[in-house]
Structure formats: C-alpha cells, structure tokens
Design a protein around this ligand. Structure first.
Ligand SMILES: [Fe+2]
Length: 209
C-alpha cells in the first residue's frame, strides 16, 4: 500500500507544498503517511536523528503517557510539515521559518480531528510558552531548537501566555512539546514506522465517524 506519485504533484497556487491526496479509507490514510516517511523521512533536520527516527521516538514517548491514540498520532505526525515541502530542504539552517506547524496542521486537517491537528499546530507555540513560564526550559533546548526559536519569535510575552493557556489544546500541546524535546536520542533501536499504522487508522476513523 502507498501513495502514487500523483499525490506529490504540485499545484500552481501552492508550489511549495504537496497537493492533498484523495484517501478514502483510514487504511489508505495510514498507508500514505507510512509511505511519506519511507520516501522522505531519511533526512536529518539539524538534529542527530532523521525525521523518521524523531517521529518514531516521539510516538514511543507518547505511548507511555496518558494522552491515548490522539497524542501518539499527534506525536508521530507533529513535524510532518517538514516532509511536505517540495524542495525538501532544512529551512531553519538557512534562516527561513518554514512554519512547519501551520503547514503540517493544515494538511492533517484533511484526515484527522482537532485532538490530533491542534497539538501539532500549537507545538511551536508551546516551546515559546515553556521558555516564558519555565526559566530552566530554555537551557534544555537543543541547538536546532534554539535556532528555530529565534525565527519563531522567541519566548512568549505575558499576553501571549494568557492566550495560549486559554486554548483547550494547550495541555496536549505542552505534552507534545516535551515529547518532542525528548525524542532526539541517537543510536536507539526503534520499531518501524508501520508499527503505528493502526493508531493512524484509529484516529482517521474517529474523525470520519
Ligand atoms: Fe519535533
């Protein structure tokens, strides 16, 4: 199972981001994302692990928490925005904020409900939030995270902190952020990405119900 080359055709209006493929069933949706990691997840992104390794480690960490399949699915797919750019470059290294969380959440909205999409959308804001409310949080950020934090606007101001805390998805976004930071260990033996296909299917099914 997997997406055809057609799924990667660009539109004229949106030459940077791949077109949204038509996927009618949860199984096809899961197959598409597994295939996307297989095709494009081998690239490093300024950390010591590949996109696929980072995604799998994130899902494994999420599996050990209370957030259920929604958090596991969000963790697995939280950086999917990085894999949707047609040029496949690592933008932060070039001083470009590619707003991967917005690109990723907008794409995921076609297949999943807000329990998956909103933590993804907010996981960068959650970093800016934690830097504002937890003084030692910044010290634990990786170099790549510090570089992207600068491009993303730095720690939140007081009014931004309030607005963030008012979101019903703030808690899940913070959980996802902490998972994200923890999921960059090198040299681990990990399950295959396809091990999480049933979780993707379950969340796709939930949003279609
Ligand atoms: Fe991440």
């Amino acid at each position: 199972m997997g997406a055809s080359e057609d799924a990667f055709t660009q539109t004229e209006e949106d030459a940077m981001t791949m077109a949204v493929p038509e996927l009618e069933t949860p199984e096809k949706i899961a197959g598409f994302f597994v295939d996307l990691f297989d095709r494009r997840g081998g690239v490093k992104y300024g950390e010591g692990v590949t996109q696929t390794e980072h995604a799998i480690q994130s899902a494994v960490h999420a599996d050990q928490q209370e957030g259920g399949d929604a958090l596991i699915c969000a963790a697995l797919l939280h950086d999917i925005g990085h894999l949707l750019h047609e040029d496949g470059r690592y933008h932060a290294a070039e001083g470009i904020d590619a707003v991967h969380e917005t690109v990723g959440a907008a794409f995921l909205e076609h297949f999943f409900g807000p329990d998956v999409t909103e933590p993804v959308r907010l996981h960068v804001d959650a970093k800016r939030y934690l830097c504002a409310v937890e003084p030692d949080y910044f010290d634990r950020l990786s170099e790549a995270s510090i570089l992207s934090l600068e491009l993303q606007g730095g720690p939140m101001q007081a009014d931004e902190v309030k607005a963030f805390e008012a979101s019903p998805h703030a808690e899940a976004a913070v959980a996802l952020r902490r998972i994200d930071e923890a999921a960059k260990a090198e040299g681990l033996t990990l399950p295959g990405i396809d091990r999480f296909a049933p979780v993707i299917e379950a969340m796709a099914r939930t949003s279609q119900a």
